[in-house]
Design a protein around this ligand. Structure first.
Ligand SMILES: Cc1cc2nc3c(=O)[nH]c(=O)nc-3n(C[C@H](O)[C@H](O)[C@H](O)COP(=O)(O)OP(=O)(O)OC[C@H]3O[C@@H](n4cnc5c(N)ncnc54)[C@H](O)[C@@H]3O)c2cc1C
Length: 450
């Protein structure tokens, strides 16, 4: 639905990361007057691009991989008209390179939900047997306290070459402490649905160009107000509702029919909302962006992205003249000097892509120390519902209880869910969800509305 703002009241969305953007876009598309605030000078939050002055090129803060099975993200991208800004290989293929042995293989899930592909040796991870894959079904019955390494055999080849890299990337948490339930959820929505849900989607020019700027343009076209550089300090409460937004430099009194979607990171939300419990343990992600002497198509056979096994680097992504490396759950290296990381990660890259070892090209190391909450069973219990004790205050963000780890998909899903709650509370109770229907615990949060 596309409508000019026509419903009474205004929705104040605080936080212009993907959760806040998704909420704003869905609300503006359904006739709500929206004001979107962010404390920073740029929207996008943890998912953004910038020009690095030393490299002289535009880079992303970190490589972000989406899969076609990320339904809320796909719906959001469609809604903001940005589908064409993604590299979308037609084949569902995840390449891997083992830099210790030199082996290369590609995981290609089959068309259907039944994974017949594991019966064919050529399509399996090298060194694994078809029956090894059955073990993953143990995750299905995972108890809340179970970890990935606790349920799967951590010494097996399959674990080392497939489950571990996927789990660490998706959960940003070491497998010894990562929630088995969350990993199962990720698998069900991607590999579990077959090839159609496993096609990679990579922002061609940059994360901002694909996920942020088109949303801001759409919001402007819909008449939404966008106020960057507006830091919310506190909320005022009166008569059981949020009555005031107290920004660093001004205060805004709300009308009775106004609503607030608070889409700031967990730690900030906990400071602003009285009594809110949120995840309080965070895991770092380190990215190294090399301005690389490759031509635009890279060295012969260099994939658009690939998993690296057996080194410090875990994933490599190629974009124009930049080759980037990602290390998730990077506690062991986040404290190392940038120069050391540059050498360490370049070494892995030369082995993976058969590049000359010297000289090491100029690089920018980006350390996101609080990249996501750590997806452990203990942190899971700290995730709040979208609903709050105040009927006009709704939470959104990757830390909200979406049933998914902290990902783009989770953030967007939470934004759509918060928008749906606002929409339904404001006299549109019969309206359907205004984002794709959540099929996760958020749905339960919605049913539990006061
Ligand atoms: C390096 C890195 C790599 C990642 N890789 C992937 C990946 O491959 N795939 C994937 O799916 N996910 C990935 N993620 C996770 C993904 O980026 C996040 O889950 C998602 O961007 C979170 O969005 P959000 O809107 O919940 O929060 P945020 O992006 O943190 O947005 C919150 C916004 O609130 C603003 N704000 C903060 N305080 C205030 C205040 N007081 N007043 C007003 N505004 C405020 C911030 O400026 C920010 O813009 C990665 C994250 C990082 C850091």
């Amino acid at each position: 639905m596309i409508a000019a703002a026509s419903l009474p009241g205004r929705v104040h969305v605080v936080g212009a990361g993907l959760a806040g953007l998704a909420a704003s876009v869905a609300l503006a598309d359904h006739g709500h007057a929206v004001t979107l605030y962010d404390s920073g000078p740029q929207a996008g939050g943890r998912c953004r691009s910038f020009v690095d002055p030393e490299l002289g090129v535009r880079i992303d803060n970190g490589n972000h991989l989406l899969l076609s099975g990320n339904q809320a993200a796909s719906a959001y991208i469609g809604r903001i008209g940005a589908l064409d800004t993604f590299e979308r290989p037609t084949e569902a293929a995840i390449p891997f390179i083992d830099i210790r042995t030199g082996e290369r293989w590609t995981v290609r899930p089959g068309k259907g939900r039944v994974p017949w592909w594991v019966l064919r040796a050529a399509r399996r991870v090298p060194g694994t047997r078809a029956r090894d894959y059955i073990e993953v079904l143990r995750l299905r019955r995972a108890a809340p306290a179970d970890t990935v390494a606790g349920l799967l055999a951590p010494d097996s080849v399959l674990f080392h070459r497939l489950w571990q890299p996927l789990a660490v990337a998706a959960l940003n948490t070491a497998v010894e402490e990562a929630s088995a339930r969350l990993f199962w959820r990720v698998l069900v929505e991607t590999i579990g649905r077959g090839a159609a849900s496993c096609r990679p989607m990579l922002a061609r020019d940059g994360l901002s160009e694909s996920l942020v700027d088109p949303a801001l343009s759409l919001l402007s076209r819909r008449g939404a107000e966008i106020r960057l550089g507006s830091r919310l300090r506190a909320l005022g409460f009166a008569d059981g509702r949020v009555s005031e937004l107290l920004f660093e430099h001004n205060a805004l009194r709300l009308r009775h029919e106004d609503s607030v979607v608070l889409a700031v990171p967990a730690a900030i939300a906990a400071r602003i909302v009285p009594g809110l419990t949120v995840p309080d343990d965070y895991a770092p992600i380190v990215n190294a962006h090399f301005r690389c002497p490759l031509n635009s198509s890279g060295p012969p056979g260099a994939p658009l992205f690939a998993g690296i096994i057996g080194g410090t680097a875990e994933w490599v992504f190629r974009k124009r003249e930049v080759v980037s490396v990602t290390v998730s759950a990077a506690d062991r290296i986040v404290g190392c000097p940038a120069d050391d990381l540059r050498e360490l990660l370049w070494r892995d890259l030369t082995l993976a892509l058969a590049l000359p070892a010297a000289p090491t090209p100029p690089a920018r190391i980006v350390k996101e120390r609080r990249a996501t909450f750590r997806a452990t069973p203990a942190q899971e219990t700290r995730r709040p519902a979208a609903a709050t004790a105040w009927p006009n205050l709704h939470l959104a963000g990757d830390y909200v209880d979406t049933g998914l780890p902290a990902t783009i998909e989770g953030a967007i899903r939470s934004g759509f869910a918060a928008a749906t709650r606002v929409h339904q509370r404001r006299g549109r109770a019969s309206a359907a969800n205004i984002g794709p229907a959540p099929r996760t615990p958020t749905e339960d949060c919605q049913r539990a509305l006061p």
